[in-house]
Design a protein around this ligand. Structure first.
Ligand SMILES: [Zn+2]
Length: 114
């Protein structure tokens, strides 16, 4: 049985996808992310099936909500997401008051200094 992992509901979208490397498309297909390149407030995402698109860094975006709620109909057959990754994702929980916000070391230092 895989250990549950917890993230904050308010976790930054780009940090989250940088960690889990999964992207739910509008059609409800879960893709594997190959690269994420930040460009200002946006990111250029390339999936393993070679789709490239821009995404906004919003916790309230469709993709952020779908990721948190694990809404997807199918898994992309071309991306070939490994089973362990899907298992890890399904055991991931998003909590309001508990879990990692995936803050950088600087941000953690600042927080602890308050
Ligand atoms: Zn794909």
């Amino acid at each position: 049985m895989m250990a549950k992992r917890y993230y904050r509901k308010r976790v930054d979208l780009f940090r989250l996808i940088d960690k889990i490397k999964l992207w739910p498309s509008r059609k409800g297909i879960l893709h594997g992310i190959r690269t994420i390149q930040r460009i200002g407030d946006q990111a250029q995402i390339t999936t393993h099936c070679n789709k490239t698109f821009m995404a906004n860094d919003s916790r309230n975006s469709r993709a952020a909500r779908w990721l948190r709620n694990k809404w997807f109909k199918d898994v992309c057959p071309v991306c070939r997401i490994p089973a362990w990754k899907l298992e890890k994702y399904s055991s991931t929980q998003f909590k309001r008051h508990y879990g990692s916000a995936l803050l950088s070391e600087d941000e953690l230092d600042k927080k602890n200094g308050d």
